[in-house]
Design a protein around this ligand. Structure first.
Ligand SMILES: O=C(O)CCCC[C@@H]1SC[C@@H]2NC(=O)N[C@@H]21
Length: 175
């Protein structure tokens, strides 16, 4: 059952990855993945969210074309966005962990805060470190301009919607 839920969640992340808006000055596109990853953390819980994102990466790595822009295959992990993909795992795990452990994290402002921290610490953190390795750029300001600044407003919108949807689903399940 857990594996079926993980497959459903991974497929949802894969669908969200097909919402892809390339930006001409950076190899990192705008995608819908963070919405689905953070939602999975709340809906499936810490372990379920980590399993879902791990399944997403493993199946994408063996060739299912569900990374951004219908890409897949092991070689994709040598590309510029692999760090963001790796960051999906701790982001989903921590979001689920905090949501289930703390009442404040189950309120809308608390959940938005949790998702925002998970997004920018884990997804952007590993994303930027890997982007720096791949591009050879070690200037933090340049890396921020390529890998984080263009995505702040879009990510915040996705987080607000994910938090609202997650709370609505969880309150229905818990009734
Ligand atoms: O190649 C992939 O499949 C992963 C793309 C990662 C895109 C990152 S996730 C965080 C940030 N927000 C976005 O909308 N895009 C980047």
């Amino acid at each position: 059952m857990k594996l079926v839920m993980a497959l459903v969640g991974a497929a949802f992340i894969g669908l969200a990855a097909q919402i892809k808006i390339p930006l001409p000055w950076t190899p990192v596109p705008i995608t819908g993945q963070t919405f689905a990853v953070l939602l999975a953390g709340v809906l499936w819980g810490a372990q379920g969210g980590a399993l879902t994102t791990t399944v997403y990466l493993l199946l994408g790595g063996i060739g299912i074309p569900w990374f951004a822009g219908a890409a897949g295959g092991a070689a994709y992990f040598a590309g510029p966005t692999a760090g963001y993909l790796i960051g999906f795992i701790p982001a989903a795990y921590c979001t689920g962990l905090l949501y289930n452990r703390f009442a404040w994290a189950r309120q809308l402002p608390g959940l938005v805060l949790v998702m925002t921290c998970a997004n920018f610490i884990f997804i952007h953190g590993t994303g930027m470190i890997w982007l720096g390795c791949i591009t050879g750029i070690h200037d933090i300001a340049k890396l921020l301009a390529l890998g984080t600044l263009p995505f702040i407003s879009g990510d915040l919108v996705k987080i607000a919607v994910a938090a609202a949807v997650a709370r609505s689903f969880r309150s229905r399940i818990n009734q």
